[in-house]
Design a protein around this ligand. Structure first.
Ligand code: AR6
Length: 178
């Protein structure tokens, strides 16, 4: 586990399962239909129960880089913020910008709902094929930049699934701290 303070807020990296987090919101790496899928999306809908999908159906989808919110159903987290990361096509289709937007828009939505703590998975680095070392840099920069310009969200936790993802984020954070 790594914990650093940036301006007024805390940034944490842990290895674990996002569905078990007790933060005010957890973020889902969804697809633009918001109608469910595999990976972390599947795990969140399984753990949270059918109410989340029922709410998602009413949202009418979500473009890449944007975010939408539902309640947390049976999860400990009160809300699920659904965001859509880019599919990775080699890096020349504005993937970095779209990935940063997914984090930024998720945090803006958490802020609108006055939430104090948010847990993120490593968006786009599973089925969507974004190289995890590059994605970690984009993700951490987006959150650090938010913390430098806002003080309302007190805690962001990256919940990394497996050692490889954890190590990639740990290394990226060390690079950014230099
Ligand atoms: N907790 C935390 N992280 C997890 C969990 C979990 N329980 N399960 C998987 N991960 P992916 P994407 C990690 O594929 O690349 C879905 O079908 C996983 O190891 O879930 O953004 C959607 O519906 C990886 O590091 O999301 C979309 O169609 C990270 O979460 C598509 O996949 C993201 O992997 C989105 O692809």
């Amino acid at each position: 586990m790594v914990k650093v303070t940036i301006n007024k807020s805390v940034l944490e990296l842990i290895e674990g399962d996002i569905t078990e987090q007790e933060t005010d919101a957890i973020v889902n790496a969804a697809n633009s239909s918001l109608l469910g899928g595999g990976g972390v999306d599947g795990a969140i809908h399984r753990a949270g129960g059918p109410k989340i999908l029922e709410e998602c159906r009413k949202l009418g989808g979500c473009p890449t880089g944007e975010a939408r919110i539902t309640t947390g159903g049976n999860l400990t987290a009160k809300y699920v913020i659904h965001t859509v990361g880019p599919i990775y096509f080699g890096g020349k289709r504005r993937e970095a910008e779209l990935l940063a937007n997914a984090y930024k828009n998720s945090l803006n939505l958490a802020s609108q709902y006055k939430l104090k703590s948010v847990a993120f998975p490593s968006i786009s680095t599973g089925a969507y094929g974004y190289p995890v070392n590059e994605a970690a840099m984009v993700a951490l920069k987006a959150v650090i930049n938010y913390f430098k310009t806002h003080t309302d969200i007190e805690q962001v936790r990256f919940v990394l699934f497996g050692q490889k993802a954890y190590q990639a984020y740990d290394k990226a954070l060390q690079e950014l701290a230099k």
